[in-house]
Design a protein around this ligand. Structure first.
Ligand code: ADP
Length: 622
């Protein structure tokens, strides 16, 4: 059976996207050219890489290039490459569905914002191939896969369908032909894409650094100098913005640009960008891996070279070009390559130094970067990959000192002479921790407490046990010793006098607590819950149980501490002395325990009973 023309419907989301494109009043329609050139350049990269290991893909002495062709009479503009090409299935999969995550994200952003912003978003995102429909009535793509069979023609007028048919005699690579829409009444607004001068200046502006020649007639329109290979001071912010957008499809300009050349035993050039906004796919099972492109002597090797950066720097984007790696490195052997490891070390060092400099120079900008990527950086701390404390020093943490977050270095500078540790407290948020009874004794001594409110902090505290020679200690610890002799004496005297009471309360509270004791630390609050050392910590434990990850996790017994000097506790002792069987004692115990849980942002174990006890108490108040 011979293949004939087949008509197929677009995936629903593609049609949605095409409608947006066609009806867009977006003024910078010219971005379509940047997108098509960028696709052509990727296709050439892929072919060049494949041809390193598969022979016969490239003809002897053949030049890899991108060609623009204009037919003024027919009103067509073609973007042609002799790259990897697409077979029939790939044409259907790549051009009939939404494959790229950037486009997916664009659609999500459009549907979550008002329709009015869609036109701006188009330009900011760069939605790939489909942006052709902003300027074309009809798009035809003829492609033949390198090393594959016959070519195919894909064609669409964006009317809900596309056709696909064999294209015998097609050359290897891809030719995208746009039948340009008439520019009625648009003169002066939208450039004429059939005009040579227009094309020339567009290519220079947005695709100059593309490494393959972009030809129009006999001329090469671009300088082809990869941005990273040019002297640092020759590059403008605009150059970087264009290049960054070409790499990432992120429409926010990068927060930081790092461009350097390492000389010496292993030479390499790196052009790295720290984005200013967090991409959607940074966490979770399908989280993006490190996305650095690796080149060896101008030859593109891979766009996702994981081995060039530790996973906790996976948000950094850019290009690394090494001059003395073997050209036939496979992605598998990269990891074991000592030079790659050396580069990774040096990139890591450079990125951390850049972040440190930004932290010290421009706190506001740094705050933005930390808010976007702090949780990722902390993964490095959780993995114990911070031998010299640099990552720890980059953390911005909430503090009892005030609204403004602090670094550990600043904390240490403020530490009192008598302060033996960097004090920390884990919890859900700043407000809750600020009101915690556990902070009271430290505040009374003028000591600052760091509030660890990020979920990942639960894991971080296991590894981050010291900074700059000072231990980090949790004020939550049952064995906290603040050196308060008076408090200790008072607590032990009370314990002697009311040993029976403590035992009776503990028995009543059952599994919820492992012990009830008098506190040496409390200042104002009557009671607090503290924990024995070792995980799981209370918040983590609750999260695991409530999140369904460990529903049967037995509650870890906590210690309920009572403030021996507090009038309420004194009254409790007096009641017990009068009548050890007074049932109100147990109501009080439940109220105190519930209150201690509330203070750490958790519900009392039996909220209904807790509410009833509070009501009774208020009703019986004189
Ligand atoms: P993106 O480039 O962001 O992935 P596009 O919609 O522009 O999204 O392209 C979708 C896919 O179609 C590309 O990922 C690529 O696999 C394929 N493609 C597009 N243009 C070409 C081309 N000129 N040569 C080979 N493949 C191409």
């Amino acid at each position: 059976m011979t293949e004939t023309v087949e008509t197929r419907p677009f995936e629903a989301r593609v049609q949605e996207l095409l409608n947006l494109m066609i009806h867009s009043l977006y003024t910078e329609k010219e971005i379509f050219l940047r997108e098509l050139v960028s696709n052509a350049s990727d296709a050439l990269d892929k072919l060049r890489f494949e041809s390193l290991t598969t022979s016969g893909l490239l003809d002897e002495g053949e030049e890899l290039a991108i060609t623009l062709e204009v037919d003024v009479a027919a009103r067509t503009l073609s973007v042609i490459d002799n790259g990897i090409g697409m077979d029939r299935d790939e044409l259907i999969a790549n051009l009939g569905t939404i494959a790229s995550s950037g486009t997916q994200r664009f659609l999500e952003e459009v549907s979550s914002s008002k329709g009015a912003t869609a036109p701006e978003l188009i330009g900011q995102f760069g939605v790939g191939f489909y942006s052709s429909f902003m300027v074309a009535e009809e798009v035809s793509v003829v492609s033949r896969k390198a090393g594959g069979g016959e070519g195919h023609r894909w064609r669409s007028e964006a009317d809900g369908n596309y056709t696909i048919e064999p294209a015998p005699g097609a050359r290897r690579g891809t030719c995208v032909t746009l039948l340009l829409a008439e520019r009625e009444g648009e003169e002066g607004e939208s450039p004429d894409f059939l005009d040579e001068g227009t094309l020339r200046s567009l290519v220079r502006r947005s695709s100059d650094f593309v490494e393959y020649p972009i030809r129009l007639g006999d001329d090469v329109l671009n300088s082809q100098k990869p941005l990273w290979a040019r002297p640092k001071d020759e590059l403008s912010e605009d150059d970087h913005r264009e290049f960054y957008q070409h790499l990432t499809h992120d429409w926010h300009p990068p927060a930081q640009t790092i461009h350097f050349k390492a000389e010496g035993a292993h030479e390499f050039t790196a052009l790295l960008y720290i984005p200013s906004a967090r991409p959607a796919n940074l966490f979770g099972a399908d989280a993006a891996r490190t996305q650095l492109s690796l080149y060896v002597k101008r030859v593109f090797i891979t766009a996702e070279c994981e081995d060039l950066l530790p996973p906790w720097l996976r948000f950094v984007r850019g290009v690394v070009e090494a001059s003395d790696l073997p050209l036939n490195v496979s992605r598998e052997t990269l990891q074991a390559n000592p030079q790659v490891r050396q580069i990774r070390k040096s990139l890591t060092k450079k990125i951390l130094a850049t972040l440190e400099a930004l932290r010290d120079r421009d706190r506001e900008a740094y705050r933005g970067v930390w808010d976007a990527f702090g949780s990722v950086l902390k993964e490095g701390l959780c993995m114990g990959e911070d031998p010299d404390g640099k990552l720890a020093g980059l953390s911005l943490l909430e503090t009892s000192r005030g609204e403004e977050r602090t670094t550990l270095g600043e904390y240490v500078e403020r530490m009192g002479e008598d302060q033996e540790a960097i004090w920390t407290l884990l919890g859900p948020d700043r407000a809750t921790l600020d009101a915690s009874p556990l902070v009271e004794p430290l505040r009374a001594r003028g000591w600052e407490v760091l509030y660890l409110t990020d979920p990942v902090d639960e894991w971080m505290v296991d590894r981050l046990t010291e900074f700059d020679g000072h231990p980090l200690k949790s004020v939550h610890a049952a064995d906290l010793d603040l050196g308060d002799d008076e408090g200790a004496e008072r607590a032990s005297a009370a314990a002697e006098a009311s040993a029976d009471l403590l035992e009776a309360l503990a028995e009543h509270l059952g599994d919820e607590v492992s012990k009830v004791r008098f506190s040496t630390r409390l200042v104002e609050s009557p009671a607090v819950l503290v924990s024995e050392a070792g995980p799981p910590r209370p918040h983590l434990e609750r999260a695991l149980r409530e999140g369904g990850m460990a529903p049967d996790l037995p509650p870890v017994g906590r210690i309920l501490e009572l403030h021996p000097g507090h009038p309420l506790i004194e009254r409790l002792c007096a009641m017990h002395a009068e009548a050890a069987s007074d049932p109100r004692l147990f109501d009080f115990a439940d109220l105190l325990h519930g209150q201690a849980l509330l203070a750490e942002g958790a519900p009392p174990r039996d909220p209904a009973r807790f509410a009833r006890l509070v009501t009774d108490l208020m009703t019986s108040a004189p």
